[in-house]
Design a protein around this ligand. Structure first.
Ligand code: ZN
Ligand code: ZN
Ligand code: ZN
Length: 156
């Protein structure tokens, strides 16, 4: 990484690489104020998000036997994917093996009915490994920032 990289907005040198709490890395303009997500930035607001390099794992793909890589998305989600998988920007198509395994929270359908509304339950595993049964109709409205659907939850 070139140290003398300049801000495309104002031409000042870029500041040091900062790692956020969710593990994302970014570089800000050196004229910007101290990094604090709660405080409105002062100075130049240029932010350069740094790609998180995929890590090759000591595991093989169940589909094709190639090595898996661990990748972190810009949204902080972790996934394992096949090292042969890729993305062809020109054709906008996935290339190679398409095996992907998301790490963290996951849900699987259960053969049980919700005692509140009678819909199916799902087994939900949080990214910290806790398990709960919850109603399949439950969701989260990102715009309104409130839970939607049935609120039945049973921690295991
Ligand atoms: Zn700048
Ligand atoms: Zn594969
Ligand atoms: Zn329900």
């Amino acid at each position: 990484m070139a140290d003398d990289e300049r801000c495309p907005k104002c031409g000042a040198p870029l500041g040091e690489v900062i790692e956020t709490q969710s593990g994302k890395r970014l570089q800000r303009c050196s004229t910007a104020g101290p990094w604090d997500p709660k405080v409105k930035p002062t100075g130049c607001d240029y932010v350069k998000w740094l790609a998180i390099e995929p890590v090759t794992l000591d595991e093989t793909c169940p589909k094709c036997g190639s090595l898996l890589v661990l990748q972190v998305t810009r949204f902080g989600k972790k996934l394992k994917k096949c090292s042969t998988g890729g993305w062809d920007k020109a054709t906008k198509k996935a290339t190679g093996c398409d095996y992907v395994e998301w790490i963290g929270s996951s849900s699987e359908p259960l053969d049980e009915k919700c005692p509140k509304c009678g819909e199916n339950l799902v087994l939900f595993t949080t990214s910290s490994g806790k398990k709960m049964k919850k109603c399949s109709t439950s969701g989260w409205d990102k715009d309104k920032r409130q839970a939607t659907g049935c609120d039945y939850i049973h921690w295991l």
